[in-house]
Design a protein around this ligand. Structure first.
Ligand code: BDR
Ligand code: CA
Length: 314
């Protein structure tokens, strides 16, 4: 089994990513670390505990990470994910308690099994940047670090040019890029191809009234309304589940190494991923750092995997 640590900011698609990991026999979920992002840190931690209890997996520990970005001001995304981060879903108060500090957990978890653990980050990159600062080189001891973040050629989703995770802590993202860890990016360019239509959710869950089915229906409602209003699309994009899917089956994606960096200061461009596409004959001349990026995704296979495992039904 593939040991995975999930680092999440607990919006709706983070919850779907946890559910995909839990429903995948290939995955050994070692623990979950939380970070501010879609919602404040306390809410993110509460959501993670609630989702684990919903899934009957309260043996999986949750660790508390960073509550604010390294430099810039806090930003959240209630408009997309609702005030709680989980849309209209109302889950019971969690009985579990957080198990400790996320930075220690990430460092010890990676060190315990060198070269084995995949870290999947689906929120701002603050925890990972702090871990790398505390113990330089630690992320290179992970098998892979899979980051849902950035928009390469695609328009942004929080500003005209920035994706939310990249925008929420661009300095942390920059630190990671600069550290040249074994990080792979799963940018909006591929996750925007992974639309889960509202009608598919309804059809797959038809006739079910168990707590998990109700959670999926109610948590996705706010995102669907947001997407409908702003993008004329009635559905949910599987941004964060895509990063988990890459950890499960890397043949779902085609990767390419691009030389890039992220803007940390621009008035209009903070959080923008800048790819140096100049056709230099000498690669060394490019500005930025080499990063492995997901460029293509097998949409049918990934959607089938997600629908079958998380939604069930036919
Ligand atoms: C990312 O931002 C959040 O809203 C989602 O959970 C995802 O991690 C997409 O830009
Ligand atoms: Ca997220």
């Amino acid at each position: 089994m593939q040991p995975i640590i999930l680092d999440v900011d607990m919006g709706v698609d983070d919850a779907l990513a946890i559910m995909l990991a839990l429903q995948s026999p290939e995955v050994e979920l070692l623990g979950i670390s939380t970070v501010f992002g879609n919602v404040p840190l306390n809410q993110a931690t509460r959501n993670a505990l609630q989702v684990l209890e919903l899934m009957g997996r309260d043996e999986i520990p949750v660790y508390v990470g960073a509550g604010e970005p390294l430099v810039r001001k806090l930003v959240h995304a209630a408009a997309v994910h609702g005030e709680s981060g989980l849309g209209d879903a109302v889950l019971p108060d969690p009985e579990m308690l957080p198990a400790g500090n996320a930075l220690d957990f990430l460092i010890e978890g990676i060190q315990a099994r060198p070269g084995e653990v995949i870290v999947v980050a689906t929120g701002p990159l603050t925890n990972l940047a702090l871990v790398e600062k505390k113990q330089p080189g630690i992320l290179d001891q992970a098998r892979r670090v899979l980051v849902m973040g950035g928009a390469l050629a695609e328009a942004g989703n929080i500003t005209p040019v920035s994706e939310f995770n990249s925008f929420a802590d661009p300095h942390a993202f920059h630190q990671l890029i600069k550290a040249e860890t074994n990080m792979s990016l799963i940018p909006l360019d591929v996750t925007h191809q992974l639309g889960l239509a509202a009608e598919t959710i309804a059809a797959r869950l038809a006739g079910r009234d168990d707590a998990i089915a109700r959670f999926i229906r109610e948590s996705t409602r706010t995102v669907i309304a947001f997407e409908q209003e702003h993008y004329n699309y009635a559905g949910v994009h599987l941004h964060d589940p895509a990063a988990v899917a890459l950890g499960i089956d890397s043949s779902l994606f085609e990767m390419e190494t691009l030389v890039l960096d992220v803007e940390t200061m621009g008035e209009l461009t903070t959080g923008q991923v800048v790819v140096d596409r100049r056709p230099f004959s000498d690669e060394e001349e490019r500005q930025g750092y080499p990063v492995d990026c997901a460029m293509k995704v097998d949409v049918d296979r990934l959607m089938h995997m997600f629908e079958h495992r998380v939604l069930g039904g036919e």
